[in-house]
Design a protein around this ligand. Sequence first.
Ligand code: NAG
Ligand code: NAG
Ligand code: NAG
Length: 186
Amino acid sequence: MTYRCLLQMVLRLCFSTTALSMNYSLLRFQQRRSDMVCQKLLRQLPSTPQHCLEVRMDFQVPEEMKQAQQFRKEDAVLVIYEMLPQIFGILIRDFSSTGWSETIIEDLLVELQGQMDHLEPIQKEIMQRKNFTTGDMTIPHLKKYYINLGQYLKSMEYNSCAWTVVRAEMLRNFSFLKSLTGYLRD
Ligand SMILES: *[C@@H]1O[C@H](CO)[C@@H](O)[C@H](O)[C@H]1NC(C)=O
Ligand SMILES: *[C@@H]1O[C@H](CO)[C@@H](O)[C@H](O)[C@H]1NC(C)=O
Ligand SMILES: CC(=O)N[C@H]1CO[C@H](CO)[C@@H](O)[C@@H]1O
């Protein structure tokens, strides 16, 4: 399957986005809606074999995420903005062993891209103003967490067992993302 068409479409979407300068209420609404759509789509993907979930994997969730109650809205935007493309990057890997529907995966990718487009102008503004309190290591720790997920899939040769584990992880990630939208207030 080629994602080239999808990427081209996505790029076009990107450039046509009009800046919605710092409307956090609107952003909260869009993000929450989209997280719920993503969760619903993920749940439609078969989760087998179930016994794979009995093995506890530690992908090293960043300590900072456990302190999320201290986030300000700017921090939440930066964390969400980092997580979405990382999840996108996981979902474009080889899932041929799972029997998952390519249509559902494409719908997920389009949702994720839409969320990123909504966040982008606000993320840029926050970076310009340096208006955030997250430490220097938060984003690298997040990246490492997703590298661990990707390496796990690779080491398991993208078998359906590994994907079952990663799917469960991503479902929890979307719950976390949904909780982060609670910080987006004007
Ligand atoms: C944000 O967007 C919503 C929905 O479009 C709108 O009702 C609201 O007035 C906007 N708020 C600001 C501060 O622009
Ligand atoms: C992803 O899911 C885990 C649950 O395994 C959750 O604890 C974590 O907060 C999420 N990871 C990130 C980076 O948010
Ligand atoms: C310059 C600027 O936009 N400062 C804002 C940074 O974030 C805090 C908390 O959200 C606001 O109170 C500041 O006005």
